[in-house]
Write a protein that binds this ligand. Structure first.
Ligand SMILES: [Cu+2]
Length: 134
């Protein structure tokens, strides 16, 4: 089931790399573009709009407990040998419901303050908490 995600992601990466190579031919790069390039090199898995990125490994979410501000986006980066997902626990967290990934990224924006608990639907011992402050 997770294989199609890998197949979809790889061509997208190829396009991004091709675009980067093409744009590298220009000599008038603005400071803004240079800053973006630096950021992506420091953490290539960082979602551009994400306040926090949670790494999904084969036994845990890391970091498992995070605190963000209302309106912030959390990105989960999946990179392991097993499929994992992100599923909210309880009514309040119902909107947290990702597909399953072996490798991939999924993000969710939290607009309402509160505490959101989630788990991996395949490995219920993998749990995390997101505290959203006003
Ligand atoms: Cu899992």
């Amino acid at each position: 089931m997770p294989r199609p995600h890998r197949a979809v992601v790889l061509p997208a990466v190829g396009l991004v790399l091709a675009a980067a190579l093409l744009s590298g031919c220009g000599s008038d790069g603005s400071p803004g573009e240079a800053a973006k390039t630096d950021a992506s090199e420091k953490n290539p898995h960082q979602h551009p709009d994400a306040a926090v990125t949670v790494q999904v490994e084969d036994d845990r979410f890391s970091p498992a407990d995070i605190t963000i501000s209302a309106g912030d986006t959390v990105s989960w980066h999946f990179d392991g040998d097993l499929p994992h997902g992100v599923q909210g626990i309880g009514d309040k967290a119902m909107s947290i419901n990702s597909p399953l990934f072996e490798v991939g990224d999924w993000s969710h924006t939290f607009t309402a303050p509160g505490e959101y608990r989630y788990l991996c639907p395949i490995h219920p011992d993998m749990r995390g908490t997101i505290t959203v402050e006003k």
